[in-house]
Ligand binder design. Structure first.
Ligand code: CMP
Length: 139
């Protein structure tokens, strides 16, 4: 995958609250092109693997239960400087610290139920994209 791509999930809280359309509109307005997208529900094993880097953190089991609690929307986004620009668009992990106008400021409920995920590096964008999508699902 090219390095001008990042991976995102609209998390169960955002989907349950009916924010899919509004969040995708913000993503499009910010200049990202959607090159892969699906609505799916992660299994417990999926969530444990996806967030394996956080396995030792005290919030890990709660995070896994949250991520399997309902459907998510997974997508791959394309834009120059995608990883960094998308993290700026979504704002800080904790919505209380997120800048005005960011997706998490607008839609997140808490540090855990924070509406969206965004990859933190080109390397992880590729790993996370391949976790969720087959090559034939990426355009
Ligand atoms: P995300 O960007 O997907 O990466 C890891 C996730 O763990 C994060 O968003 C939050 O959903 C969750 N998370 C991070 N820190 C905390 C915390 N202190 N308490 C609970 N959940 C957290």
């Amino acid at each position: 995958m090219k390095t001008n791509r990042t991976f995102t999930m609209l998390k169960p809280d955002a989907v349950e609250d009916g924010h899919i359309g509004a969040i995708l509109a913000k993503i499009n307005e910010a200049g990202f092109k959607i090159v892969a997208m699906k609505m799916t529900q992660m299994s417990r094993r999926d969530a444990q693997l996806f967030y394996a880097i956080h396995a030792d953190r005290p919030f890990f089991s709660s995070l896994v239960e949250f991520m399997v609690s309902g459907p998510i929307v997974a997508a791959i986004l394309e834009k120059e400087n995608a990883v960094e620009d998308f993290r700026a668009l979504i704002g800080a992990t904790n919505p209380a610290d997120a800048a005005e106008g960011t997706i998490r400021k607008l839609f997140a409920k808490s540090i855990q139920c924070n509406a969206v995920h965004g990859s933190d590096s080109d390397e992880n964008a590729l790993i996370e994209s391949e976790f969720h999508f087959a090559t034939r699902e990426i355009f």
